[in-house]
Design a protein. Structure first.
Lengths: 335, 335
C-alpha cells in the first residue's frame, strides 16, 4: 500500500496576520526511512505562537522556514517503520516533525512519549516544549523564592498555565493575566491565587490591587501594554522573563517597546529573554520534574484540540485572536 | 561678619526642558552648624542628568524635591566651621549639599576629599558619584570579561568616560558613542578603541562595523534610538546596563520604549537597571579602586567647568543639548 503524505509548505512571507495563501497544500507519496531513521504517522500538531516568527525572513534564534519548505512545527505520532535501534513500530514519539501527516526523522531527533503517564497530545504541551519553556524560564531566570509574588501573562495558554502551577509549587503568590471570563476561570481552576481579565479590567490598577508588595517575578508571553502595566508595578530587584510577545507578532510597523522600561532602573530590576532551545542540554531535568508533578497530580494540563489537518491555517489564527484555552493542538486524521 | 547664602529653590515642576522660572533664587543669612554638623563653603556643584528626574513629582528611587526646597545636588567645598570630630576647618568635602553657596550637613553625610590626589572638582566626577556609578554598573552588572566587546553611550560624559577606561583596564574591546567630532576625539584620547559620532553616523551600521562579534556589554546612558541600535547588535548572553536615558528625560508624551527589546529574547540577553544609591554600602570599594587608578595614571579625568552660580539654570541645560565634554561642574564664587 502506498501511503500519501499531505503537508503545508511555506508559499509566501506574511505581512501582518498569516492567511491561507501563505502556504501551499502539497501531496506526495511517503518515502521509506533511511538508516537510523523512523517513519512517523502524525496524530497531533502543536500550534505555537513562535510559528509566526519562523515565517519571517529575519535574523532570529533559528533560521527562517524557507519558501517551499514544509512548515516547521512540533508534532507527535506513532512510529510505523523504524531503522533506529532505540525505537520500535508502535512507539509514540514527539519532535520537530513539521506540519504534515507523515514524517521521516532521525531516531535521535525525536523523544519517546510515555502514553501511560499522559495522553499523547500532552507531549506537545505540559510535557513538551511549552512545559520545558515554562520550567526553565521560571526556575532558571525567574528564580522564584517562597513568598515571592509571581505574575504571568498569557496565563490561559500552554506555557503560562504551567508557569503559574510551578510557581504555586514553589510557595509563591501567583497572579495570572488572561483574556475573557472563561480563560480566567480556567486560570483559577489551575490554582492561581487570582486572575486578571485584560479584556474587562484595567491591568495596571488590578496588578496594584493583587500585588500589594509589588511583582517579584513577571513571566511575559504577551508584550505591549500588559508588559508596561507589569513594569509599573515591579518590586525592588524584580526579574522580568521575556518568553514571548504575542501581542506584537503581527504588527506591520515597528514593535511597541516597553515605555516603562525605566522601572528597571529605579527598582534595580532585570529583564532577561530566552528561548527553550537555549536549554536543550538540560531537557532531561525539566522532563523529570514535570513528569513527576503530572504523576503525583500536582500539575494539571489541558489541551484545546482542533480537528482537521486541512484547517491548519485558520486554526493557527486562533492563537492570535486568543481563542484557545490551554495548549492548542491540531488533530491529524482519524483514530 | 554675617555670611549670606544664596540658593536655588524649586519653584515649579517643569514640563519638558526646565526653564529659569522653575527655580526661585533666594537669599538668607548662613546659620551656625549644630551638634555633629559642619558648615561648608561650596566651591563646585555637579550638574547631573538625574536632576531633571528629581524635579518630577513621581515615584522613583528617591523622593522628589519639594516645591520651595533647595534644589538637590552634589557639591564640594571647604569646611569653614565644624562641630564634628572627624572634620576640621580647612578640610575639603563632597556630598549631597544642594544648589547653594553654603551648606550645613551632618559630618557623617559628607566624604572627605584628598586634594593632593586630585583637584576638588574631580570628587564630583571620576572620584565621586559618577565614578562610582560607572564602577558598579560596569563591574557588578556588566561583568566584563577579557576580550568582551563593551559599548558605552554618552561616552563623552562623566560616567561614560570612566566606564570605557575601566573596560579597557579589564582587557575589553571598547567602543564609545558620543555626539560630535570634539567629543569623539576626547573619547579616543581616553583610550577607547573607537568612537561613533551619533550626529554624523548611522549608529546601527557603525556598531555592526566596530563590533563584528556583537556587543557583550552595553552601558546605556541615553535610551531612545541609540538603545535600539545597540539591541540590534547584541551578542549571545549580552548584558545591557541601564544607567540613564538622557534622550528621554524631557519628553512631554510617553517615553520611547526600546522597540528592539525582543533582541533580548533571541540572544538570551538581559537588561538590568540600577542607581548608584543601591551600592551605598560598597562605596569604599569603588573609591579605593578609582583612587588607585587615578594615582597610577591609568584613569584620567576631565571636568567642564562653568562659571557663575547665578547661571545654574542655563548651565544645567547644557547637559541636555550635549554641550559638555566630561563632567559638567559649576564653579561657585571666586578663588
Amino acid at each position: 500500500m502506498e501511503l500519501i503524505n499531505h503537508q503545508f509548505q511555506l508559499a509566501a512571507r506574511p505581512v501582518g496576520l498569516p492567511k491561507p495563501s501563505d502556504w501551499h497544500y502539497a501531496e506526495a507519496p511517503v518515502a521509506d526511512p533511511g538508516p537510523d531513521e523512523v517513519l512517523v504517522k502524525i496524530n497531533y500538531i502543536g500550534l505555537e505562537p513562535a510559528m509566526r516568527g519562523w515565517m519571517n525572513d529575519s535574523r532570529s534564534y533559528i533560521a527562517p522556514v524557507g519558501i517551499g519548505d514544509v512548515m516547521r512545527g512540533f508534532a507527535a505520532g506513532e512510529v510505523i517503520a523504524s531503522n533506529f535501534a532505540g525505537l520500535s513500530v508502535g512507539d509514540h514519539v514527539s519532535g520537530l516533525l513539521g506540519v504534515q501527516e507523515y514524517a521521516i526523522a532521525n531516531g535521535n531527533a525525536v523523544q519517546k512519549a510515555d502514553t501511560e503517564l499522559a495522553p499523547l497530545e500532552t507531549y506537545l504541551g505540559t510535557l513538551g516544549m511549552p512545559g520545558w519553556t515554562a520550567y526553565f524560564g521560571l526556575i532558571d531566570i525567574g528564580k522564584p523564592a517562597e513568598g515571592d509574588t509571581v505574575v504571568v501573562s498569557g496565563a490561559g495558554g500552554a506555557v503560562g498555565g504551567v508557569v503559574g502551577q510551578i510557581a504555586k509549587l514553589k510557595g509563591c503568590h501567583v497572579v495570572g493575566i488572561a483574556g475573557g471570563a472563561e480563560k480566567c476561570s480556567y486560570v483559577t481552576e489551575l490554582g492561581f491565587d487570582a486572575a486578571i481579565d485584560y479584556k474587562s479590567e484595567d491591568v495596571m490598577e488590578a496588578l496594584g490591587e493583587q500585588c500589594p508588595k509589588g511583582i517579584d517575578v513577571f513571566f511575559d508571553n504577551v508584550g505591549g501594554e500588559i508588559l508596561d502595566a507589569a513594569l509599573a508595578n515591579l518590586a525592588r530587584y524584580a526579574r522580568v522573563i521575556l518568553c514571548g510577545a504575542i501581542s506584537q507578532y503581527n504588527v506591520t510597523d515597528a514593535m511597541k517597546g516597553p515605555s516603562n522600561y525605566m522601572a528597571l532602573l529605579v527598582n534595580h530590576a532585570s529583564m532577561t529573554g530566552f528561548v527553550v532551545s537555549d536549554y536543550l542540554d538540560r531537557v532531561g531535568e525539566a522532563a523529570t520534574a514535570l513528569g513527576g508533578w503530572v504523576a503525583s497530580g500536582e500539575l494539571s494540563s489541558r489541551e484545546d484540540i482542533a480537528e482537521g489537518f486541512e484547517n491548519f491555517p485558520d486554526t493557527l489564527l486562533r492563537l492570535f485572536s486568543g481563542a484557545n484555552t490551554g495548549k492548542l493542538v491540531l488533530k491529524v486524521g482519524g483514530d
